[in-house]
Design a binder for this molecule. Structure first.
Ligand code: ADP
Ligand code: MG
Length: 337
């Protein structure tokens, strides 16, 4: 057997990238989350060839100081948490310090950033810094990721059709926009603008720009405050349903999560009002003490562990059920019988 030795930084980043960056949509998610964490008001996402050729995210957030720019691409380098204590009360979307080094190890990346003064540009490809120079920039960050997976042939081959990859990108951008109505978010693919939100903090407007204004008109607001949880958002009237569960979005402290039990809780709120195989449109915002949530379960942070999950599920169901029963759900034709 060969002697034991530590892997190079580039290689260990490429290994981590296998977990964090599954497909172009994962890059979009990580970059937009960074832009959100940077306090941006406006985020523009530009994608070519379903992200395999180009993924560019432009924000007007805090920017990065020139002397920290290279460090941002080191593994486990982050400005978001400091010590163990912070790990149990994460409020930011990122905290693992893995996205930038992972992406830069499997693509060609140029980041131009400014905190307000003179900007800096860094060019990294295949994990190697090629240059860092002063650059003209306004406050914020512009990161362009080209030729994703160029040095990971197996992953490139595994990519589904461009349509599938694009639909995954659209899906994640939609969810991030639903979670952040106060940020103006746009998505452009091959020079065609696919969506743009107003950034006015109005969730119903975001629902309208994603699912269509006619659908937004069939959504009911929900609100409930409990000792541990705060629930808000919109759920569709029972007449507005879909054949897929994908139109239900659950956000926990601003983070889009996938959670089977909470999804089931939303559906249960409708009781017998849904036909078999039909699902509502819903955006459910859950706020709770970060101490009650463990977000450090999976590298992509879409699965989280929630203490009191059953209690929370019951409250979600009860909140939706109460809202729907306020409506006069008896069809017109039957009221005269
Ligand atoms: P994480 O988000 O988990 O901290 P990343 O690798 O995604 O790790 O980013 C590393 C660091 O780079 C962040 O902690 C942040 O300080 C900085 N950073 C990345 N993207 C941006 C951005 N768009 N605006 C400002 N700072 C950023
Ligand atoms: Mg990040």
């Amino acid at each position: 057997m060969a002697a034991i030795h530590e892997l190079s930084a580039v290689l260990s980043n490429q290994i981590a990238a296998g977990e964090v960056i599954e497909r172009p949509a994962s890059v979009v998610k990580e970059l937009v989350e960074n832009a959100i964490d940077a306090g941006s008001h406006e985020i523009d996402i530009i994608v070519d060839e379903a992200g395999l050729k180009l993924i560019e995210v432009i924000d007007d957030g805090s920017g990065i100081e020139g002397d920290q720019l290279e460090l941002a691409f080191h593994r486990h380098a982050t400005s978001k948490i400091d010590d163990r204590k912070d790990l149990f009360k994460v409020r930011s979307l990122g905290f693992r310090g893995e996205a930038l080094p992972s992406i830069a190890s499997i693509a060609d990346v140029v980041m131009v950033t400014s905190t307000g003064g003179e900007g800096q540009a860094i060019h990294i490809a295949g994990g190697k810094v090629l240059s860092q120079t002063p650059a003209e920039a306004r406050r914020g960050t512009d990161i362009a990721v080209k030729d994703l997976f160029y040095n990971v042939p197996a992953r490139l081959k595994y990519m589904k059709s461009l349509n599938t990859e694009l639909s995954k990108i659209v899906d994640i951008v939609n969810r991030l926009a639903l979670g952040h109505p106060q940020i103006q978010i746009s998505l452009t693919h091959n020079n065609r603008e696919l969506m743009r939100t107003a950034g006015r903090g109005d969730l119903l407007q975001v629902i309208g720009s994603i699912y269509g204004m006619n659908k937004a008109g069939k959504m009911l607001p929900i609100n409930n405050v409990d000792a541990d949880f705060k629930i808000s958002g919109y759920v569709s009237l029972p007449e507005l349903t879909r054949a897929s569960r994908n139109y239900m979005t659950i956000l926990l402290n601003g983070r889009y999560i996938k959670n089977y039990q909470l999804t089931k809780a939303i559906i249960e709120g409708y009781g017998s009002k849904l036909m078999v195989g039909r699902y509502p449109v819903a955006v459910v915002n859950l706020e709770m003490d970060p101490l009650l949530v463990d977000v450090n379960v999976h590298p992509t942070k879409q699965e989280v562990r929630i203490s009191k999950e059953s209690e929370l599920s019951e409250i979600v169901t009860a909140t939706i059920r109460a809202k729907l029963s306020e409506q006069n759900l008896i069809p017109d034709g039957l009221t005269n019988l």
